[in-house]
Design a binder for this molecule. Sequence first.
Ligand SMILES: Cc1ncc(COP(=O)(O)O)c(C=O)c1O
Length: 422
Amino acid sequence: MWLNPNLATSGVLSVTLLEEMAAAEQRLRRCSGLLKILFPELEGRQTVIESELVKTKRLQHALDCTSGSSGEWFMKTDHMLPIAGSIKARGGFNEVLAFAEKVAIDNNLLAADSDRALLASKSVRELFSTYTLSVGSTGNLGLSIGTLAAALGFKAVVHMSNDAKDWKKHRLTNSGVLVVEHIGDYASAVDAGRRDALADPHCHFVDDEHSVMLFAGYAAAAAPLAAQLAEQGRKVDAEHPLFVYIPCGVGGAPGGITFGLKSLYGANVHCFFAEPVAAPCMLVQLAAGLDSPVSVYDIGLDNVTEADGLAVGLASQFVAATIAEHLSGVFTVTDDALFKQLQQVKLFEGFELEPSAAACVSGPNWLSATESRRSYLREHDLERRMKDATHVIWTTGGSRVPAQEHLRFQDRGAQLLANSSE
Ligand SMILES: Cc1ncc(COP(=O)(O)O)c(C=O)c1O
């Protein structure tokens, strides 16, 4: 675990990003009717792109190394987010919907205050079919962007590294999305996509490394989480600290959520990222400082991990700079731990996660397990407040994974758990 020496007690948040976050919250709300038309399975849902906050009593009882004396554990179940099935839904949908609104308004087919259901009309679809939305992705962002873009009638192209999971490629192809594979890692796929898109004036490239729209959409998760915590009777203030653990790839999703939560709770929320041992790109960048980009390859790591959503060698420089004073720390997770943890979540809570999504299950224990880690609690005068703490483990993907893949993940997890108990 790396603790951030630059964490500020009252860090300043960018006003522009706060405005974009509020705009994203409004956009996702005003487009909920449109999304229900495009995806009939959303009918009957009160909030269309939201997941439940679940109290994980059985998991905590089994794993908590403090035996319950450090507050209560919850799971923010973004692996169940509809349509996209991952944490990439809010950001991806925000950017696609913002682009759709702009194109329709610019072409006089939508007024700023019209019902967004109009975006599903025949004339608008015809217009959208002349535009392309393109993205570079390790998989889940592609599923989010590609599925919604294709449903709106845009041409959709997803650039993927050749090690992206086959089932993700098939699912995209089956939704009418063109998948372009690239030799090399995720950053090469993003780069190739960016170059292709520049050559086409009717192509919008969703840039996972730089996009404010993605970031703002992810940040929009904060307000609904605050409402869910209140519903569950969990206070968040100086006497009742909130700890949030989020898996990190390029940084957009966990960075956006951190930003959103900091805007609501300031120093009373403590955000930690989890990254694979072979790909801790945000840890490396923040520990090295922000002067120049530093990748995991620069320190001799290979970025090879089963956590495909987190297999990123170089963090988003935009996100690193934005959260540099707000992130509490980063801990790393081995691939074996990912599989064990996803199996524990299946056993105790019944949820089926993909490996990346299980990275944070060990989060609450990281803070309590050893003397050096407890230093964070001491430094922030939290030790005596821990009994009233709330821990939120963010589970980020899995509900779109085919059943046979889940079985494979869980078999591996069960095997590893059996070996470690021998
Ligand atoms: C399941 C899952 N969790 C977490 C992340 C991390 O998001 P980001 O790359 O924005 O840091 C991803 C990214 O694709 C993912 O697929």
